[in-house]
Design a protein around this ligand. Structure first.
Ligand code: UN1
Length: 508
């Protein structure tokens, strides 16, 4: 790897075939799309006015509640078809959506493409899941009885999404809530309301009624007003652990309020364990991608690298060399690997931590003076136990672990209380089995990068302080949005029902 740049983002004119899929899972066809889109992106694109924050949420909730009976009664196929149409529309309008992701959320161009692709994947996956999983099911039971299980909408879901995946996670939450028969109030992060507004316009164009999906831009007060309202029948939230806990409390505040589900996906102190058998070049490439890709602004990102003592010095030297290849700068430039962080508050917080750790820097980079560029920095820790907070940016902490102490190392990582992603680089099968058996994390990545979970293949989400589950993009996600109802009918003559009812008879 040495001085070679990684991840390497080709200029449109030197398109090449990557050896393997990169962190975003981009393959040759994607690079072709990327080339076309890059040429189509207008740097001065008008991203439009910011949608106005909502101060009074009550009328929106009334509207969404009124729309529920009609939307929830539609056949599953009609709702699923809306998601498929939305996926098609996203594909057609990919260039504009990418421009919004670049200009509003500071996404690099490959990240912006991955963002739109993931949003499309969520639509298609949840549409397929709904067709497969939501149909009424006749369950086995004693003779003379029919037992029918139905999965139905619960009411108005409130979806609160983050700025770091302003289209993908926004769309994933909304699509899941809608296809299961709920109506939705969607509150995007205050940093990224425009791309959310575009998504909602396109969703309406795809056939989702305006009252069934309502955009509700605003900050934390708007979010609190929504989750505190008894008309809300469920909350899907991605963001900080502290906010998830505040939402959970607010859902339980009012004694007369029904108990409603919360699906929370939050942060992590994500760790990668590297042993002495790992392939150094691969480790370096995967660490760079996992820690500095998307400027470290993914909840899956690598925060703490744990290298086996014997190989630590060499690994750190190689990593430092590879960091020199990172291009930090304007995200709309296709050469850029690392863009600015999302806002001033994030910048100040990260720079504060970086400055506090100055005597521990192993490596840092020069970055453009103008703009919110946090220099990718490698920070040495005396002990792996010294990092227990998530720093949401391109700051990577490094510590060592001792040969023979793999199990203890995993326990110490578990003890931090988070449980989102973990990485392992080792060529020993037993090491992989041990970590798999002991690690309390939602997503374990072995001998690869630890970001860029693929919808349908790598359902994503954590446990402990990292969230409630179920995993987004996985087979258990949709049921959590549903009310599960069983009807049991006596079909004997004694029960007054001589014939077993067919599913059609009960409107299934
Ligand atoms: C997040 O950063 O909020 O696997 C979660 C990944 C992404 C993570 C999304 N799907 O990197």
């Amino acid at each position: 790897v040495g001085g070679k740049r990684h991840p390497s983002i080709p200029l449109p004119e030197d398109l090449f075939m990557p050896q393997r899929k990169n962190s975003q899972g981009l393959d040759l066809e994607d690079w072709r799309v990327l080339k076309r889109v890059t040429e189509g992106i207008d740097e001065r694109a008008d991203i439009g006015p910011e949608p106005e924050a909502v101060t009074d949420v009550a009328p929106l909730l009334d509207q969404a509640a009124a729309a529920f009976p009609h939307w929830s009664a539609l056949p599953i196929e009609e709702r699923a078809a809306c998601l498929d149409r939305l996926a098609d529309i996203y594909e057609e309008r990919r260039g504009e959506l990418m421009a919004l992701a670049v200009h509003e959320a500071n996404k690099t161009i490959p990240d912006a493409l991955a963002e739109v692709r993931e949003a499309i994947d969520f639509c298609r996956y949840y549409a397929a899941e709904a067709r497969d999983k939501l149909v009424p099911q006749e369950l086995p039971g004693p003779t003379g009885e029919a037992n029918i299980l139905r999965m139905e909408g619960r009411g108005v879901w409130c979806c609160i999404s983050p700025w770091n995946f302003p289209l993908a996670i926004f769309t994933g939450q909304v699509a899941a809530a809608l296809v299961t028969g709920n109506t939705v109030i969607a509150k995007p992060a205050p940093q990224t309301p425009r791309i959310a507004a575009a998504a909602v316009r396109l969703a309406h164009a795809a056939g989702i009624p305006a009252d069934a999906l309502i955009l509700c831009p605003g900050g934390p007060e708007t979010g609190a007003a929504l989750t505190g309202d008894p008309r809300v029948a469920g909350v899907a939230f991605t963001g900080s652990t502290a906010t998830a806990k505040a939402i959970a409390r607010s859902l339980l505040d009012d004694e007369n309020r029904p108990i409603v589900p919360l699906i929370a996906e939050t942060g992590g102190v994500n760790t990668m364990i590297v042993d002495s058998t790992a392939l150094p070049e691969q480790v370096v490439a995967d660490v760079i991608t996992s820690a500095f890709g998307s400027a470290g602004q993914r909840c899956s990102a690598l925060r703490l690298l744990l290298v086996q003592e014997e190989v630590a010095e060499r690994m750190i030297a190689m990593l430092s060399g590879a960091m020199d290849g990172l291009v930090v700068g304007d995200p709309s430039d296709p050469k850029t690997d690392v863009g600015p962080v999302i806002d001033d508050a994030a910048y100040e917080k990260l720079m504060g931590h970086r400055a506090a750790m100055e005597d521990r820097w192993l490596k840092t980079l020069e970055v453009p003076a103008e703009g919110r560029f946090v220099p990718p920095t490698l920070i040495r820790l005396d002990s792996m136990d010294d990092l227990n907070t998530e720093w949401f940016g391109p700051l990577l902490h490094v510590a060592t672990w001792k040969s023979g102490k793999l199990e203890e190392t995993v326990s110490r990582i578990n003890a931090k209380g988070f449980g989102l992603t973990m990485g392992l680089h080792s060529r020993i099968a037993r090491a992989s089995e041990l970590v798999e058996a002991r690690a309390h994390v939602g997503n374990l990545y072995v001998n690869r990068s630890m970001i860029g979970a693929i919808v349908g293949s790598q359902p994503f989400g954590g446990e402990g302080l990292s969230g409630t589950g179920p995993k987004a993009g996985g087979p258990h996600y949709l049921p959590r949005f549903c009310a599960e109802r069983v009807t049991s009918i006596d079909t004997t003559s004694a029960g007054g029902n001589a014939t077993l009812l067919s599913l059609d008879d009960i409107g299934g």
